[in-house]
Design a protein around this ligand. Structure first.
Ligand code: HEC
Ligand code: HEC
Length: 477
């Protein structure tokens, strides 16, 4: 037993499982290699040597190496998770060149008093635009002072101190040698895809990685820039018009596509920005983003290069279609090459970490369990929701895409993507994104509105209590 048949070139070579496993470990290690402890590397070398010597995983004498081999996989997994978490929380991929260098946001943050421009941004203002503070990054002395009300939350100097502590979720402040002067800023994935549990105070608490920050007003943060001309030039609009666009986004939204197609508003005049989605619960899901641009890693590379403006490599020739993506085609966004490439080496562990972010479950007290149980039967039965939202993924295993008319909405956002479809949204952890509404643009304010929409569109003839039970079920996911 334990023979695995792999095709190599044209020959079919039977490979003993122990060899195959060592090979798989070595391949999986790829990007994480730098981070392996010396002892782990030695262990791996010993394992692959014993595998080459022809030992088999199925005989008594090799039970130990075989188990050690499995442990090596676990060690790899742990190293990948650590590295990926670090990237997700703290990496800027060199995007300071854009946020600080081009947009000069750091100058607005520190204000004139510290060599910048304007009055600076106090923690009070920062919290108001939805920025979050990681309480675990605060030294005990500061926590004590905060509790005692001895910290001035109206002073930009306090914001600078928080940045220096790496305590502002998703924002990296870079200080010069004196440690006093903020010289540039960058942003991290956590800015939009993390929040905090408010355990210390509203906006201050422990990080919740993967939760969408539906308080975050990204447009207002970009608009802090004293000089938006680089973005205005890219979009080919006057700066005041760009400021109107940024103000139209509102909390919890960002428009990744406007930098490709220049379409800032929907045909009905409302903002074309989409809601920030969670970055948890994505394992097992085939296509990602509301319109299914690609897999997790495609989008990670897209965002790091094109939205955050990090320095990396990105290839997507679909963006060469000038009739649909005029800006992207002109700027050759589908053909980004940077030297050094600060993104590509981090993609493997970043994806690994994201896939390990399980969707949180809502507190049992937050919904009526008996009603949810009844709603579950309606979801799979009369309401036909499970035709698309297949449990436990709550999206289709396979090609999880639908034409706009299949779900009874307009084509505007679908048309802004290569596939012109909408992706079936995975529904786990819905309670974390009740703010801002549902569907890609938040068109339905409540889950009851979503259910009423399906009831009309599909002619389900659900009665009032069936609709209510269905809502309770959604609230329990
Ligand atoms: C400025 C805010 C912002 C930042 C920073 C950001 N994202 Fe996103 N992210 C979004 C928005 C908005 C979408 C939805 C885009 C869409 O569907 O059109 C999204 C979508 C995603 C998705 C798809 C989720 C799904 O449901 O399929 C993933 C995965 C993701 N982002 C990962 C990342 C990673 C990794 C980073 C850092 C490299 C990052 N994002 C940085 C705003 C952001
Ligand atoms: C034909 C496939 C299909 C069926 C059937 C379907 N959905 Fe959906 N669902 C989708 C798609 C696609 C989206 C994404 C729409 C968007 O973002 O604009 C979605 C989005 C949602 C959302 C919003 C999630 C979010 O985070 O914004 C909820 C809630 C939802 N569906 C619940 C249901 C319920 C309840 C039913 C049954 C009454 C149902 N769906 C039936 C395809 C389907």
């Amino acid at each position: 037993m334990a023979q695995d048949t792999r095709t190599r070139g044209s020959a079919i070579i039977p490979i003993p499982r122990s060899v195959y496993l060592s090979w798989a470990v070595a391949v999986t290690l790829g990007c994480g290699r730098d981070h392996l402890a010396v002892s782990e590397q030695a262990e791996l070398a010993a394992l692959s040597a014993s595998a080459q010597a022809g030992e088999r995983g199925d005989d008594q004498s090799t039970q130990t190496p075989s188990r050690a081999n499995a442990d090596a996989v676990m060690q790899t997994a742990r190293a990948m998770i650590d590295e990926g978490r670090n990237t997700f929380r703290y990496d800027t991929f060199g995007d300071e060149a854009f946020w600080g260098g081009a947009l000069r946001i750091h100058e607005a943050l520190k204000g004139e008093a510290f060599g910048g421009v304007g009055s600076g941004v106090s923690p009070e203002t920062a919290l108001k635009v939805g920025l979050k503070v990681d309480s675990a990054a605060l030294p005990r002395s500061l926590v004590r002072q905060l509790r005692a009300g001895q910290v001035d939350l109206t002073a930009p100097a306090t914001t600078l101190a928080l940045l220096k502590l790496d305590a502002v979720v998703g924002v990296k402040g870079v200080f010069d040698g004196s440690g006093q002067n903020l010289t540039t800023v960058g942003i991290q994935c956590a800015l939009c895809h993390s929040t905090v549990d408010d355990s210390f105070a509203p906006g201050i608490g422990n990080r919740l990685d993967g939760w969408p920050n539906r308080d975050l007003d990204v447009g207002a943060i970009i608009a802090l820039s004293p000089d938006l001309s680089p973005v205005a030039k890219l979009l080919d609009v006057p700066e005041p018009r760009l400021r109107d666009v940024l103000a139209s986004w509102g909390p919890g939204r960002f428009d990744a596509a406007v930098f490709l197609d220049g379409k800032a508003f929907r045909p009905d005049g409302k903002t074309a920005a989409t809601l920030l989605p969670p970055a948890f619960g994505l394992a097992g899901v085939n296509l990602h983003t509301y319109t299914g641009w690609g897999g997790v890693s495609h989008w990670n590379a897209f965002v790091a290069n094109l939205a955050m403006h990090g320095q990396g490599t990105f290839y997507d020739p679909r963006l060469d279609d000038a009739s649909r993506f005029p800006i992207a085609a002109r700027e050759r966004f589908g053909h980004i090459r940077s030297d050094p490439d600060l993104i590509t080496p981090k993609l493997a562990a970043l994806q690994f970490y994201q896939l390990a972010l399980v969707a949180p479950t809502p507190p049992a007290s937050s919904y009526d369990a008996a009603a949810a149980q009844r709603g579950k039967a309606i979801f799979a039965g009369k309401a036909k929701c499970a035709d698309c939202h297949v449990p436990p993924l709550y999206t289709e295993p396979g090609w999880n895409m639908h034409r706009p008319e299949e779900i009874g909405i307009g084509e505007f956002q679908a048309q802004r993507s290569p596939d012109e479809h909408y992706r079936t949204t995975p529904l786990n952890g819905l309670f974390t994104r009740a703010k801002g509404g549902f569907y890609h643009d938040g068109r339905f304010a409540t889950l009851a509105d979503v259910v009423a929409h399906y009831d009309r569109t599909f002619g389900l003839s659900l009665n009032g209590s069936e609709r209510a039970d269905l809502v309770e079920f959604l609230r329990s996911l």
